[in-house]
Design a protein around this ligand. Structure first.
Ligand SMILES: C[S@@+](CC[C@H](N)C(=O)[O-])C[C@H]1O[C@@H](n2cnc3c(N)ncnc32)[C@H](O)[C@@H]1O
Length: 250
């Protein structure tokens, strides 16, 4: 069940309210003669301002500013509606669960891949899991460079999971990807857990990790800190988003 304070609900309300307001302005007065596109810019500006004053994160403000103007522009391009359906289905299969997880898909950089490689043992056996493994690129790369490890990925979005599954079938290095919700998996069998998620799940993740992971095992988070818990090591990466890997020993 979506809560009223959920960002998606707030965003939807902002769009509905500003669209209704613009429709009201268009039908109730004739003094301002604007084109449909210009009205869409006014709506975008208004929605952006409201989201700014309701303290929504920066990316929501950008989405509000651009959503209706882009929709109007795209409609003017006369593209076949089948493409919209295909595009919508792809988005649904990639981002459909984001309303619940609040973790969208974006991929770890090459820099993060290399840094992780150096953190993993070169000789001893170990087990590694990528929580929310996306299209499986990270586990595939690590599995091919550290053949002494067991590599797993868990992904809940259908299309990225399907891509990673196909990759794992046709790839020479051995790793496994599982479809599902990582909250339902037992973390006790892993020596290293990697998470590139969002600020939202970090606190509950810390509780689960502490409850289930064995002493001496390692949690690595890309970019997102666990509130109030100082990592024992941080590694700044020289990638496009200047991200940081945070390490916690259990
Ligand atoms: C930021 S992406 C990271 C992708 C990959 N780990 C990487 O580093 O390139 C986060 C992924 O986590 C997945 N995800 C979020 N919550 C999840 C959950 N509870 N169970 C499984 N996957 C989840 C999302 O679908 C998304 O693909």
């Amino acid at each position: 069940m979506l809560k009223l304070q959920h960002p998606v609900v707030i965003a939807l309300l902002i769009q509905i309210i500003t669209l209704l307001l613009i429709c009201f302005l268009i039908v109730s007065q004739s003094a301002i003669a604007l084109s449909l596109f210009e009205w869409s810019l006014v709506q975008g500006l208004l929605a952006g301002l409201i989201s700014y004053y309701t303290r929504m994160p920066a990316w929501w403000i950008l989405i509000h500013l651009a959503f209706i103007p882009l929709a109007i522009t795209t409609l003017a391009l006369n593209i076949s509606s089948t493409w919209f359906l295909v595009f919508f289905l792809c988005l649904l299969l990639i981002y459909g669960k984001t309303y619940k997880t609040q973790v969208p898909l974006y991929l770890s950089s090459k820099c993060a891949n290399h840094a992780l490689e150096t953190l993993l043992p070169e000789q001893e056996q170990f087990s590694f899991v990528d929580l929310g493994s996306g299209c499986g690129g990270l586990v595939k790369n690590l599995a091919s460079s550290r053949r002494n490890g067991i590599f797993h990925g868990i992904e809940s979005a259908p299309l990225p999971f399907l891509i990673s599954k196909l990759r794992s079938i046709f790839c020479a290095s051995s790793y496994k990807v599982f479809w599902g919700d990582f909250w339902e998996y037992d973390f006790s069998k892993y020596d290293v857990i990697y998470a590139y998620l969002s600020p939202v799940p970090m606190e509950p993740l810390w509780h689960k990790v502490n409850k289930e992971m064995r002493p001496g095992s390692l949690l690595i988070s890309n970019t997102f800190m666990i509130p109030g818990i100082t990592p024992y090591k941080s590694i700044k990466l020289d990638d496009f988003s200047k991200s940081t890997l945070y390490l916690w020993k259990i």
